[in-house]
Design a protein around this ligand. Structure first.
Ligand SMILES: [Zn+2]
Length: 320
């Protein structure tokens, strides 16, 4: 009896000790999981964002775009990604590289050069923080640049922070300048903006033979970028995202139809699984967040974009 009751007393103590031990272990494991989530790992050396102005997702039905198709089939894509409203240029390019919508960055129009709505936050360079300011702060030794055929891009990022800020005279010249910069400087991030097929859309009309001709010309330039990366042995360390600011209908855009709002979003390169069409909802401000995630950057609290984790997760770490 005596032995039994001692045994019972011991058991009475055992349970709380066990619970406390388990709770402690659990909280440690939560803490380390949280720490590893906070410490963003850089997944790739180079990210290239290619933006083709006015390239509606609808164009993929008729246009012959072998290089973009190669990226789509070898990587992942959505042809139902969305622009923010209005479906105009500056507001959408700003959203793409500022990881947020117009209600926060404040650039709301086709040709916004300064925010019409005061930006919610002002970064160190005097404008709403774009991906360039994140790289400058968190990867200070890395190179980055913007090469663009439409001058309106020049108002939407922190010019003093970049290693190249080039307004190309044509998409052709933009391509060559970008290739030279990428292959010689090996930058962490390059933003390449093409002005077509927007020009053909406004001049001749969307969904016309001339429009598709312009789309196909851009596809050829995309092919040259891919080729240069391959020739210089950079493809194994690079992820390319290709997207647009808006589509269009007749000779314009800015409205609320899907032809204007739906844009392509293609991701291809190092560690990106070959999953083809992605079901996830993507808005243009998710692009900035995805670039940040790939480069291991923390994003400002004010950014609302979310990285497209369903596509870029898992495989990247195993495929070094
Ligand atoms: Zn545009």
């Amino acid at each position: 009896m005596e032995i039994n009751s001692t045994h019972k007393r011991n058991q009475k103590w055992l349970l709380p000790i066990l619970v406390v031990t388990l709770l402690t272990l659990f909280s440690w494991s939560c803490q380390s999981a949280k720490e590893s989530a906070d410490e963003r790992k850089r997944l790739v050396k180079h990210v290239i964002l290619i933006g083709s102005d006015g390239l509606g997702a609808y164009a993929f039905e008729k246009a012959k775009v072998p290089n973009m198709r190669k990226m789509m089939e070898g990587g992942a894509y959505s042809l139902e990604a969305r622009a923010v409203l209005p479906s105009s240029s500056a507001v959408n390019w700003a959203s793409m590289i500022m990881g947020s919508g117009p209600e926060l960055h404040g650039y709301t129009e086709w040709g916004s050069k300064t925010p019409e709505l005061p930006s919610k936050v002002i970064g160190p360079e005097g404008i709403y923080p774009s991906i360039f300011s994140l790289i400058d702060k968190q990867l200070p030794d890395e190179k980055m640049g913007a090469i663009y055929t439409w001058g309106g891009i020049g108002y939407l990022f922190e010019k003093p922070l970049v290693d190249i800020d080039h307004h190309g005279k044509s998409d052709e010249e933009t391509t060559q300048t970008a290739i030279d910069f990428i292959t010689t400087q090996k930058p962490a991030f390059t933003f390449i903006h093409f002005d077509q097929p927007d020009g053909a859309g406004h001049g001749i009309g969307h969904d016309t033979p001339e429009y598709y001709e312009a789309v196909e010309m851009i596809d050829g330039l995309v092919g040259r970028v891919l080729e240069a990366l391959e020739e210089n042995g950079m493809m194994d360390d690079t992820v390319i995202i290709l997207s647009s600011d808006h589509g269009g209908v007749d000779k314009g855009h800015g409205g609320k139809s899907l032809l204007e709002v739906e844009i392509p979003w293609i991701i291809y390169g190092h560690g990106i699984p070959h999953i083809g069409s992605a079901q996830r909802s993507i808005v243009t401000y998710d692009t900035g967040a995805t670039i940040a995630y790939l480069l291991g950057l923390e994003t400002p609290q004010v950014w609302t974009g979310r990285p497209v984790l369903e596509i870029i997760n898992a495989n990247l770490n195993d495929k070094d």
